[in-house]
Design a protein around this ligand. Structure first.
Ligand code: SF4
Length: 346
């Protein structure tokens, strides 16, 4: 069925198709968007593949009638393609395969904006019901670089829950980064950059996409998240990058270790454990350590904890003093630990 968005025509429908890859019949959501003009067709000034009338059609749809001698391309904004995709994915009946047709080749920047392409892959690959995504392309545009561009977004990346970054997959031009929110802050708006220099922001499609991470140079992506739970710890609040040429990053903001706890440490006789340093470690993972300091009254604050049982070890005279702290399941952001007495000495 045909629809209109901001004066541009697109089409989507759901039907059953046999998939040789899945080995069964799938319910396929087919979305046809008016791409920016098939590169091959433009290059051959309208000769293209003899049977094909699609590029001429998208030219008429996007530019109007009377442009039969124009072969300069007519790519729409990423925003419009995203709107068409959103309309189809949200309004069509449930499907287990998604096919996107743009009247040319999916991986060509002049046909579909890279930012839309990245977000389309990122969103579609995370839809729980979808088992297959299909896009169209002439074979010469399905290059190793194009596939490597898609791989990290599809999920070949590592998990960066602690704020470190990793993975470098070759892509075209400068690197790019997909910045997504950890499940503990799912649905919050992630902003990459600050002030006048906002470089990307997440929206209904999920992740923020930074498409200009410089190669061969140190760079920092500052991140912020709107409406964080009080006390939620974002850790360093940014990612350091040093992208190899043509590299993509998949970064995650937030983590399970996002609880900030505060309370007071007292000795067995009720005196404060004042002006001392120590560490907090999960009972089942002693190697992970969070630094703790107390003031003169024994008050402490610790960032980067998670729900579960923790051991606090303070460097008291002679032998360390050990406290137990339990952060309840479901704690989000700030946890008031109250007064803690020693579990044991040494
Ligand atoms: S590559 Fe596809 S869109 Fe381009 S001319 Fe051939 S069939 Fe048509």
């Amino acid at each position: 069925m045909t629809y209109m968005l901001e004066g541009y025509t697109y089409d989507y429908s759901v039907g059953e198709r046999y998939s040789p890859i899945a080995g069964r019949t799938l319910r396929q959501l087919t979305l046809a968007v008016p791409g920016g003009g098939c590169k091959y067709w433009l290059k051959t000034r309208g000769q293209g593949c003899t049977f094909c009338g699609f590029p001429g059609l998208t030219r008429r749809l996007n530019l109007g009638d009377g442009r039969d001698d124009y072969f300069g391309g007519w790519r729409l904004d990423a925003r419009i393609f995203e709107g068409m995709y959103r309309s189809a994915i949200e309004n069509a009946e449930a499907a287990d395969k998604l096919a996107l047709f743009n009247g040319g080749s999916f991986f060509v920047d002049g046909e579909l904006p890279p930012e839309f392409r990245h977000r389309f892959i990122a969103d579609a690959s995370r839809r729980p019901g979808l088992v297959q995504i299909m896009v169209e392309s002439r074979p010469e545009y399905v290059t190793p670089a194009a596939l490597d561009e898609a791989a990290p977004i599809l999920g070949a990346g590592r998990d960066f829950a602690d704020g470190a970054f990793g993975i470098g997959q070759p892509v075209r031009g400068n690197g790019f980064a997909i910045v997504e929110a950890h499940q503990s802050i799912a649905g919050k708006t992630v902003t990459v950059g600050a002030g006048e220099d906002v470089r990307a922001r997440s929206d209904w499609l999920g992740s923020a996409v930074v498409s200009d991470v410089p190669a061969y140079t140190n760079s920092t992506l500052a991140v912020d998240v709107a409406d964080l739970p009080v006390g939620y710890s974002l850790g360093a609040g940014g990612f350091d990058t040093h992208a190899p040429h043509k590299a993509g990053y998949r970064l995650r903001v937030g983590s399970d270790y996002s609880v900030s706890a505060y309370g007071t440490l007292l000795k067995a006789n009720g005196e404060p454990v004042g002006l001392l340093t120590g560490t907090a470690s999960p009972v089942d993972d002693p190697a992970r350590q969070v630094a703790i300091f107390t003031n003169a009254a024994g008050r402490f604050g610790a960032e980067g904890l998670a729900p579960g049982r923790w051991t606090i070890t303070m460097a008291t005279e002679d032998t360390p003093t050990v406290f137990e702290l339990t952060v309840p399941e479901g704690t989000d952001g700030l946890f008031r630990a109250g007064e803690l007495r020693p579990a044991r000495k040494g």
